[in-house]
Design a protein around this ligand. Structure first.
Ligand code: CMC
Length: 431
């Protein structure tokens, strides 16, 4: 709408006609041509591989300005949330739209503590899954089965069931993830401890009794909490878009989130944090030859990417990567010897940012570039890195699924295509 309340439109002209398209404006001044009447009015569709120019919904959850490097959850800058909030507060904020009052946060936290344990059959099931399977595959499978264990919380039309599913999913994901990890190293699982808060409980279920000096443990808890906050939402990224697409068919929350976990697993998405560490290891094997690696990345024939660099939306520094780099320095400074992979990452970043291949394409470090070196310092194996991303992204997935559920404009996701295959032809022998 313009200031005088009139609908603003742009005229789309094409050979043989024209069609007015409403021009919509978001809170921060972003604009969108609304094309929902296009096919019916013109018989034509838009073609947009990777949806790079397509807004699939209107959303009130997260704002990103990729050119300016801005990220806000529900209006709050990520830097302020990182400095002042806990992950649980951020979960509540994303899901319910406002920061919790102290009483609300207490109740939320108590509900999560009380529901962290898994049903006995689920524990048996998890213990029977292949122990050398990738934790992301196992996590997605386990989350999907929550719909069977809690079938009375799967109706997307029933608000009470949705509230219950929200709590169950948030409460149980850390327990599932920790059990998958303990199984992978053939260690006995550690049951959740209701006296601990969300992040402490997860670290304890993962590593058992936390070893080392108390101060170091506190830093790890703080680091984990911060990393989860920084990963908690990122508007319509691949996995969140997947959760929405699956949810748009009115599939239950567990199945939608399970699909999101599988989308996150891909190396171009959340799997990049594992891929970054593997890349750094590869460079270390090459005696730390950063120049040769950068040359390989620039050679398109090699199909090698600088993992942890580039972003569909950020054409500037990813604000999350700055926070994570600072955290990595803080954590690694405590180690007796300098961390070789962190040093390599710093050299790689400097080299790339001084190279026109990367600057011309606006490729900067993203959230995954430094997170892996922190997870490694905390003792997580690389295969668990993307699981940690999933733990952080869970409230975002839930918030989007819930927002779509209540959106009167939401419809089943069903994109169109431009068919370019063979024209009609006869089956051999039928002509
Ligand atoms: N290394 C080398 N070249 C790159 C990279 C990279 N990491 N990223 C993009 N490019 C080049 C790409 O080859 C292309 O060059 P040209 O124009 O000469 O063909 C140009 O930059 C544009 O790339 P694109 O693939 O069209 O960009 P996209 O928006 O489709 O892809 C991306 C975004 C994140 C998938 C991509 O930058 C990438 O593959 N990065 C490495 C993987 C990674 O770190 N992923 C984590 C993303 S952040 C966490 C998350 O949200 O999941």
């Amino acid at each position: 709408m313009s200031e005088d309340g009139k609908e603003r439109t742009v005229e789309l002209r094409y050979e043989g006609g024209s069609h007015p398209l409403p021009l919509l404006t978001g809170t921060e001044g972003d604009e969108a041509f609304e094309v929902k009447t296009l096919l019916a009015a013109t018989g034509k569709v838009t073609l947009d591989p990777g949806f790079a120019n397509t807004a699939a919904c209107q959303s009130k959850i997260t704002y990103i300005d990729g050119e300016a490097g801005i990220l806000r959850y529900r209006g709050y800058p990520i830097q302020e949330l990182a400095a002042g909030s806990s992950f649980l507060e951020v979960c509540y904020l994303l899901i319910h739209g406002e920061l919790p009052a102290p009483g609300e946060l207490k109740e939320f936290s108590e509900q999560l503590r009380a529901n962290a344990e898994l049903p006995a059959e689920m524990r048996t099931m998890l213990d029977a899954l292949p122990r050398n399977g990738h934790p992301m595959t196992l996590l997605a499978s386990a989350v999907n089965t929550l719909a069977a264990f809690y079938a009375d919380t799967t109706d997307p039309h029933d608000t009470e069931q949705v509230e219950r599913a929200t709590i169950l999913l948030l409460a149980k994901l850390p327990t599932i993830a920790a059990r998958i990890y303990r199984n992978s190293i053939n260690e006995a699982p550690v049951a959740p401890d209701e006296s601990l808060d969300y992040v402490e409980n997860f670290l304890r279920m993962t590593f058992g009794e936390l070893s080392g000096e108390a101060e170091l443990d506190a830093l790890f808890v703080k680091a984990m909490d911060l990393l989860l906050i920084l990963h908690a939402d990122h508007e319509q990224n691949c996995s969140t878009a997947t959760v929405r697409v699956v949810g748009s068919s009115q599939a239950d929350l567990y199945g939608s989130v399970s699909a999101g976990i599988n989308a996150l697993f891909g190396p171009l998405h959340g799997g990049a944090n594992q891929a970054v560490l593997e890349m750094l290891e590869e460079i270390r094997q090459l005696n730390g030859d950063v120049d040769s690696f950068i040359a390989k990345v620039k050679d398109k024939e090699s199909k090698t990417r600088l993992m942890g660099f580039g972003h569909r939306v950020y054409k500037n520094f990813d604000p999350r990567s700055r926070e994570i780099k600072g955290l990595a320095s803080e954590i690694l400074a405590r180690q007796e010897r300098p961390d070789e992979l962190f040093e390599l990452a710093l050299r790689l970043e400097n080299k790339a940012l001084a190279d026109s291949y990367f600057t011309d394409r606006k490729l900067y470090p993203n959230v995954d570039f430094y997170s892996g070196v922190i997870y490694r310092a905390m003792g997580f194996p690389t295969t668990m890195f993307t699981v940690l991303f999933a733990l952080g992204r869970l409230p975002g997935w839930i918030a989007h699924w819930r927002e779509q559920r209540l959106d009167p404009a939401a419809r089943i996701a069903r994109p169109r295509q431009l068919y370019v295959g063979p024209a009609q032809r006869s089956y051999p022998g039928q002509a």
